[in-house]
Structures are given as structure tokens and as C-alpha cells.
Design a protein around this ligand. Structure first.
Ligand code: DON
Length: 307
């Protein structure tokens, strides 16, 4: 890793500008273990295709990755199951909050996309059925791609989510009633909460997202996804990765992105680099205020966007 090459001046400038932001949102309080997050904390990393990483602020500090892990679970499930995955989960923006139940009944238990909670529960169930150990496979993948063997789940965060998980439990049971969850719901919820509790840094997540910028190739050069599947995931990130704010995110940032209520957002510049930014203050849709602002600045300053 190096902190002294071409993206560094851009990151330094963004960090200075973000330090001036006064309205930085509030940490997620529906998961008690996340409520103590400080909106003034900020980190950002950029990883090039060869694994060179640049960073600023708290870019090496681990945080709760939450829904950012939904990208990796989807990639592993799509690699394992192929096109058939899309008969269990859609790929349209929901326009509703990430934990909403309303569309599920009239859409017969098929969630709109893999990045809302309902969709991620289905994808986790598919991956668990394919591998027998969804969270174990996720962890092994993230350790390999980030090059960080110390990545781990946080048992306290997982327990905190489980203790306040009525909404996710309702989603899972409801979809099970349509036959769209194959395994026992309590086991699925355990797997899902574990995944959300993964602790990782901006550097770890920027590196781990690299396969999406390398059109499906992993860090060691082996292929996880076809070029077409990598395009599909990037497209679903662009249209659904920031929930009912995906239109605004595309307008401001112009990149495939995925957020989590821990305050992280990852973004992909296909063929060029990947980014991760973290700041725990969220807007009303659950996206990091400073994180989205920093990505907005990055694409504006560098001109690196998919448009
Ligand atoms: O299931 C939940 O509600 C959380 N573990 C994850 C939600 C999340 O990160 C959505 N993000 N913006």
C-alpha cells in the first residue's frame, strides 16, 4: 500500500472540504450498537486495479459494514447459481425504504432487488443453500480480496441486531410463506445478522470491491463473475444501491454505489478504481451524508464517472 501517488492530492482536498460540512446527519439508532457513532468521523480510500491504495482520514479504521456486504453476498450467489437467481429476486428500484414490507404482498414474496433487506435475505438464503455456510464464504472472500486475514464479524453488533430484528424477521417469515425462503428462518436471520456485523475499513472495502472494476476478476487474477455478470451487479448498484435515494445518488455521483447504515459507501469506476468512504452520520434514507458528499466531490474533481 502507498499513500503517496496520483489520487492522494484529490483525497486530501476532499477531506479538507468535508471538514467544513456542518450538517452531517445522525448515526443509525434502530440498531443500538451503532447509535454511538460520531458523525464527525470520516475516512476515504481509493484502490486501483492492481491493489494500490490511497487514503485519507480514518481510512484504516474498522467500522460496521452493514448493507455494504450485500454486494459481496450477491456476487457469490450469482457466481454460484447463475441466471436462476433472478427468479427469486428482482432488479428494479423499489422507491421505498430499505426495510419496507409493502411491495412484498402484491409482488408475491419476490423482493424488488438484492440490496433492500428483503432481497438480501433471499440472496443469503440462496447462498446458504448453495454452500452450507453463507457468512463463512463471505468472510473468506473478503479476507482474500482485501488481503486482510484479520477481518471478522462483531458478535455484539450481531446480537444487538438480533435483539431488535423484528422487521427483518417479519420480512423473512413473510417471504417463507410464499416459498421464497428455503431454509429455517431463525438460521437465515443468524446468517444475515452476522454478515451485517462484519467490521472492515475503507481500505479493506475498496480493495474487496475491486473485482467489480476488473470486470469480474478477483485480486489473484482468477474469475469470479463473467464480464456480463459484473456489469449486471454494477447496474443494480447504480439503480438500487442507495435505496429510495438511488436517483439522487446517480445524479450527484454518477457511479455504481452501495451504502450501509454503519455509514460506509462503496463505489466503482469500472476499468479504473474502486472507492470506499465512511462517516456514520446518515440522512433520512440511511445513506452517509459526508460519504455521498465526498463521492460527489470525487467524481466532480476527477471527471471519473460512468457518464
Ligand atoms: O438489516 C438491517 O437493517 C441492517 N443490518 C442493515 C441495513 C443497512 O445497512 C441498510 N442501509 N443503508
Amino acid at each position: 500500500m502507498t499513500t503517496n501517488t496520483s489520487f492522494q492530492p484529490v483525497l486530501d482536498r476532499i477531506a479538507e472540504e468535508i471538514a467544513e460540512l456542518t450538517d452531517r446527519g445522525a448515526p443509525a439508532d434502530y440498531i443500538p450498537a451503532l447509535a454511538a457513532g460520531d458523525p464527525r468521523d470520516f475516512g476515504m480510500a481509493v484502490a486501483e486495479l492492481d491493489g494500490t491504495v490511497y487514503g485519507v482520514g480514518d481510512w484504516r479504521r474498522p467500522f460496521s459494514t452493514q448493507s455494504v456486504t450485500k454486494v459481496f453476498t450477491l456476487a457469490l450467489a450469482l457466481a454460484g447459481e447463475g441466471e436462476a437467481l433472478w427468479t427469486h429476486v428482482g432488479r428494479e428500484p423499489s422507491g421505498d425504504p430499505f426495510n419496507s414490507l409493502v411491495q412484498l404482498e402484491y409482488e408475491h414474496g419476490i423482493p424488488r432487488n438484492p440490496f433492500i433487506n428483503a432481497g438480501a435475505l433471499v440472496v443469503t438464503d440462496r447462498l446458504h443453500r448453495l454452500t452450507g455456510d453463507a457468512s463463512g464464504n463471505l468472510l473468506a472472500f473478503l479476507r482474500a480480496e482485501s488481503g486482510n486475514p484479520d477481518l471478522a464479524f462483531d458478535a455484539d453488533v450481531a446480537a444487538s441486531e438480533a435483539a431488535h430484528g423484528d422487521r427483518n424477521a417479519a420480512l423473512a417469515h413473510f417471504m417463507a410463506s410464499y416459498g421464497n425462503i428455503t431454509g429455517p428462518v431463525p438460521e437465515l436471520l443468524r446468517e444475515y445478522f452476522r454478515q451485517c456485523s462484519l467490521e472492515a475499513s475503507c481500505a479493506d472495502l475498496a480493495l474487496a470491491t475491486g473485482f467489480l472494476a476488473r470486470h469480474g476478476l478477483r485480486a489473484d487474477g482468477s474469475r469470479l463473475l463473467t464480464r456480463s455478470q459484473a456489469k449486471q451487479i454494477n447496474a443494480v448498484m447504480l439503480t438500487c444501491g442507495t435505496y429510495d435515494a438511488a436517483g439522487d445518488f446517480a445524479y450527484r455521483v454518477g457511479l455504481p454505489g452501495k451504502s450501509g447504515v454503519g455509514g460506509a459507501v462503496v463505489a466503482v469506476v469500472p476499468g479504473r478504481c474502486t472507492l470506499c468512504v465512511w462517516s456514520p452520520g446518515l440522512d433520512s434514507r440511511g445513506n452517509s451524508v459526508a460519504g455521498v458528499a465526498a463521492l460527489d466531490r470525487f467524481t466532480t474533481i476527477t471527471g471519473l464517472s460512468v457518464f
